[in-house]
Design a protein around this ligand. Structure first.
Ligand code: NZQ
Ligand code: ZN
Length: 376
């Protein structure tokens, strides 16, 4: 469900699905200050749905929190998991829903156990970024092992998602930008994979341009609901399957690298990390296979020259006040050895073009401008 005031339908939807009690999963408290919590609980009360609340999911959510909430879901005998928040809250909720029936939820990430069933997942989205509200993936950090890994299952695809873009007016601009950069990255992960999916690439071009335009508008006026709504819809479409239709899959090297950043430093927002890594990856890859990047330069940036398009991309990120270097992200030279080890422990780095240690190591830091003269 999409649009202003839609949260009021939540209780009835749960009631109609025969659900009597839910575990409401939430983050650090933003939903209390922007009235989303009261909108949700009013709707649950009106429909006679019982609930218990599980707070404290942090950004870059942890396996430990998911395990804790699985115990709550079991002891409270809930029949569904209701995520009220951004991607971190939704991913934790998905893990709780699947973990309810597993020996240990981490086994679903390592492949040791297969998800065969899950509690139904419902979501009220408060931050458009990940697309988790309309996909079957979840990403968690195993802090002890310093692994930020993803998993997917059809059983954790949300039964219902409510997106009321108005509730995102409470986002600070930097969080709006993190969301825009994540959505941009989801599209770019597919964009260079295959030039025969012409219709999909045309849709993706339109999404990339719209994300930029709407984010520019929100920089000027955070209450611009038309921009908010269109940005929200772009972010959902960026990772709900549409942006990859007709392709054999995306590349995901930048995502693997970014997940290592956040595994090492959980305070690095996923989208902001991608805003540093993606331009550097394009710079590196376009030196090796320039023809793959011509279409992007021309269609998205109106440039025939990839370097000039890349300059515009970086300028745009900078104009939004986001990080443009590892230093901006808070990483220092002495973090690099462990960072490199975490990156290299990823299951794969890139699909259409696999990256190895020799591709990554020399580009992580050149002293002044960290990573690829530029993962700088
Ligand atoms: O915790 P609260 O208080 O809710 O505050 C959050 C959090 O601090 C705040 N926030 C959310 N909605 C708000 C708000 N503040 C004010 N007003 C609102 N309306 O924003 C902060 C960040 O929230 P978070 O959920 O962490 O952000 P996001 O949605 O970007 O999620 C990022 C996580 O999703 C993973 C990322 O790796 C990261 O762990 N991803 C999940 C994917 C998926 N499931 O498909 C794919 C992505 O590529 C990504 O890996
Ligand atoms: Zn992402």
């Amino acid at each position: 469900m999409f649009g202003a005031g839609m949260i009021r339908n939540l209780g009835k939807e749960l009631h109609d699905a025969g659900i009597k009690k839910v575990l409401m999963v939430a983050g650090g408290g933003s939903i209390r200050t922007n009235s989303v919590h009261s909108q949700v609980t009013d709707s649950l009360k009106a429909a006679g749905i019982d609930w218990t609340e599980g707070w404290g999911v942090r950004a870059n959510p942890t396996l430990e929190k998911a395990r804790e909430l699985i115990q709550v879901a079991r002891s409270e005998q809930v029949e569904a998991v209701l995520a009220v928040g951004g991607g971190s809250v939704i991913d934790t909720s998905k893990a709780v829903a699947a973990g309810f029936y597993l020996e240990d939820i981490w086994n679903a990430f390592t492949g040791r156990e297969t998800i065969k069933q899950a509690l139904p997942v419902y979501t009220v989205l408060t931050l458009s970024a990940t697309g988790s509200e309309m996909n079957s993936f979840a990403v968690l950090t195993n802090t002890l092992e310093r692994k930020k890994w993803g998993m997917g299952s059809v059983h954790i695809f949300p039964r219902l998602t409510i997106i009321d873009p108005a509730v995102q007016s409470s986002l600070p601009f930097n969080q709006t930008v993190n969301g825009a950069l994540d959505a941009t990255a989801h599209i770019l992960e597919y964009y260079f994979a295959d030039d025969t999916a012409i219709a999909t690439n045309a849709i993706n071009t339109a999404l990339l341009k719209t994300i930029m335009e709407m984010t520019d508008r929100l920089k000027v006026n955070s209450a611009d609901l038309v921009a908010r709504g269109n940005l929200a819809w772009c972010a959902t479409l960026a990772l709900n399957g549409l942006s990859g239709v007709g392709l054999k899959g995306g590349d995901w090297a930048c995502h693997s690298i970014e997940h290592a950043f956040s595994a090492l430093k959980p305070e690095i927002a996923h989208g902001e990390g991608l805003g540093v890594i993606f331009p550097a990856w394009i710079e590196y890859m376009s030196e090796r296979m320039p023809e793959r990047f011509q279409g992007w330069a021309h269609e998205v940036w109106g440039e025939h020259n990839v370097s000039r398009a890349l300059r515009k991309f970086r300028d745009k990120i900078e104009s939004w006040g986001a990080a443009t270097s590892l230093r901006d992200l808070g990483l220092r030279e002495n973090d690099l050895p462990i960072l490199l080890e975490i990156i290299m422990s990823s299951r794969s780095i890139g699909i259409f073009s696999k990256l190895g240690r020799a591709d990554i190591e020399p580009r992580l830091w050149d002293g002044r401008r960290p990573v690829c003269r530029s993962l700088a």
